[in-house]
Design a binder for this molecule. Structure first.
Ligand code: ADP
Length: 154
């Protein structure tokens, strides 16, 4: 059976932290669906189309990576795409507490799906999309925190 994982998130924008987790997970799964959550009540900072474009650019050479949007519950999306795994990254103990609650709730809603966690590599621990957005909003250069070749002004 195909091992399909969903990597859900806002990716607003994709960072080197996300990129690293996805790349490290490629040998584990047959397919990874990077799923950008669309929330009708929370627009986010960058347009969904741009977020998708940048993720596609990063993984254009990777046939096992798919990029798409979804709305609603992550478990419902997993059912729809036949994914048996949800991939998440862990940076800190705060991440752990947050992720634990979500993963255990998802498990009780859809027992067939396992959440798989990968620990961040130490140098990428401080990177998060909120900080990247703050740097950009204040006219700073965030390029060292985002994947190579991505231009957030395009
Ligand atoms: P959300 O909106 O659900 O927080 P994000 O887009 O911020 O989603 O992140 C998606 C996933 O990527 C989460 O599992 C998050 O823990 C992980 N992640 C984000 N930044 C990093 C990082 N620097 N290192 C490892 N994992 C990360």
């Amino acid at each position: 059976m195909n091992k399909i994982a969903v990597f859900p998130g806002s990716f607003d924008p994709i960072t080197k932290g996300h990129e690293s987790i996805i790349k490290r997970a490629i040998p584990i799964f047959d397919k990874i669906i990077v799923a950008v959550g669309v929330n009708s009540e929370k627009a986010g900072y960058f347009a969904i189309e741009k977020r998708l474009k940048w993720i596609n650019q990063v993984f254009k050479a990777e046939s096992r990576i798919e990029v798409t949007t979804y709305s609603g519950l992550t478990v419902d999306f997993c059912k729809k795409v036949n994914a048996r795994f949800i991939l998440r990254g862990l940076r800190t103990s705060a991440d752990f507490e947050f992720e634990r609650a979500i993963a255990q709730t998802n498990k009780s809603m859809l027992p067939d799906v396992e959440t798989v966690f990968m620990l961040t590599t130490p140098e990428l621990t401080p990177i998060n999309s909120t900080i990247v957005r703050d740097i950009i909003k204040n006219g700073g250069d965030a390029s060292r925190f985002i994947p190579q070749g991505i231009n957030l002004t395009e």
